[in-house]
Design a binder for this molecule. Structure first.
Ligand SMILES: *Cc1c(COP(=O)(O)O)cnc(C)c1O
Length: 444
């Protein structure tokens, strides 16, 4: 922990931190959010997002051939946007009424990885594979990327090692895609990683290395071991530019979804997007992309567990990635796997400091309640982390943000980004659902 005097100085700078330290649910509004006219250059632009899109297009013939579930969708990995009126009614009955429409962006249905990591994680691996193949001269511009299935390509990639430290979805996405391409895929996990995830990874051909200590030890060991190998490449969740930009394409997909469903977004029709946030890479990449596309008409909020508000403390103290939740005596203990993160991504948080409107926190119990309610109302199953955005509309309304910016909430569109869930086995699904159901009945 940092010294008490320092904590007091942080609280003086941002009084809300007192409640954050007590692990109370809060909403923090970002006074540093920039309007587009004043947005500093972060070195990335729409061109980078379009480059991600082109890479996916080049790889789609290979993906279509390699993953049976992608055969019917032309090798394209995308997710549905669903309007969820029953869930909106349920939420409105439970708490304050939601103005505007509520949608869920179902990245839980993303093929192969079953989570938002299919966007960033797959992109980072494909980008690296393409670079290696081009540099080695075995791939030329304009080639048919089905070449990546050739035995010669697999042999070529088998000299290289890709490492990642993750107990959850990131490890799954990197492990699966790396192994399919023929890389030696090493996934470093702590020993509390779920058995079904380890089994699935091993079945795909990845090497799962378990560490007995804290999860951060697994990452440290993984980074060290991978980088000690001259042909090793470590996917670094705490600082990856490639993950970030890979995720950002999700913003373009949402733009297309909204257009197809006839949803208008402009200053008079504000768009609110609520993203569950771990290190802030997926949520940050999507917020960056959305601001590039919709400018000041989009308002992006992150959601973190009350026990793991890594990005919130990074931004509110101004320490960015130089502070972790444990420094403030917060334990980082949450059952929201994807969000159990103590320290913000350095790369992503520098950018999010300017793009996002705010961050709210949520308690674990509420995640389970939302999980059960969403299943009952919409027959959409999510993992606990992924439900966090569902109360965004109500949190924002209560914060006074719409009044402050004079926003017409009757014409608002709320999108809860549902970040994962389709790979969760049935037994775990039942446990999660029953837990939420029990909590809800106890309340009434
Ligand atoms: C990884 C993940 C997140 C958060 O992504 P970050 O890049 O860590 O912010 C949210 N939900 C789920 C289900 C995830 O797997």
């Amino acid at each position: 922990m940092v010294a008490q005097s320092k904590i007091e100085a942080y609280i003086k700078r941002e009084p809300l931190l007192a409640d954050v330290i007590l692990k109370k649910p809060v909403i923090w509004l970002n006074a540093q959010r920039k309007i587009m006219a004043k947005m500093p250059d972060c070195g990335l632009s729409m061109q980078n997002i379009e480059a991600v899109e082109s890479l996916w297009a080049r790889f789609s013939p290979f993906l279509k051939e390699t993953f049976t579930e992608l055969a019917s969708v032309e090798g394209k990995i995308s997710s549905p946007l669903k309007r969820t009126d029953s869930m909106k009614d349920w939420l409105s009955k439970k708490d304050i009424k939601i103005d505007g429409q509520l949608y869920v962006k179902c990245d839980s249905d993303l093929a192969v990885a079953g989570s938002i990591k299919a966007r960033g994680g797959f992109y980072e691996v494909l980008h690296y594979a393409e670079k290696l193949a081009l540099n080695a001269g075995i791939l030329q511009e304009g080639d048919d990327y089905r070449k990546f299935s050739d035995a010669a390509f697999k042999r070529f990639f088998s000299q290289y090692k890709i490492g990642v430290g993750s107990t959850g979805n990131l490890g799954m996405s990197i492990g699966i895609m790396s192994a399919r391409l023929g890389f030696e895929a090493h996934v470093y996990v702590s020993n509390d990683a779920k058995q079904w995830k380890k089994d699935l990874l091993r079945k795909e051909g990845a090497i799962v290395k378990e560490y007995s200590g804290d999860f951060s030890e697994a990452i440290l060991a993984g980074r060290k071991e991978t980088l000690a190998d001259p042909k090793g490449y470590f996917v670094d969740d705490e600082n990856s530019k490639e993950l970030f930009i890979g995720y950002s394409l999700g913003a373009k997909e949402l733009q297309k979804d909204l257009q197809e469903q006839g949803v208008i977004v402009d200053e008079a029709h504000p768009l609110f997007v609520y993203s569950p946030c771990g290190v802030g890479g997926s949520s940050g990449g999507i917020a960056f992309g959305l601001r590039e596309i919709f400018g000041d008409a989009v308002h992006c909020f992150f959601v973190e567990p009350t026990h793991a508000p890594a990005v919130l403390i990074g931004l509110a103290t101004g320490e960015m990635s130089h502070i972790c939740v444990q420094d403030l005596g917060i334990d980082n203990k949450t059952e929201a796997d994807g969000l159990a993160v103590g320290r913000a991504s350095n790369f992503a948080t520098q950018i999010s400091a300017n793009t996002i409107s705010g961050i709210y926190t949520i308690e674990d119990n509420e995640l389970f309640e939302l999980l059960s309610a969403l299943w009952d109302c919409e027959k959409i199953f999510l993992e606990p982390s992924a439900t966090a955005g569902l109360i965004g509309a109500q949190m924002v309304e209560k914060s006074g943000y719409p009044q402050k910016y004079g926003l017409n909430m009757q014409q608002a569109t709320h999108v809860a980004w549902a970040t994962g869930g389709s790979l969760v086995p049935q037994t775990d699904r039942n446990l999660f659902y029953n837990r939420g159901k029990k909590l809800l009945t106890e309340k009434h």
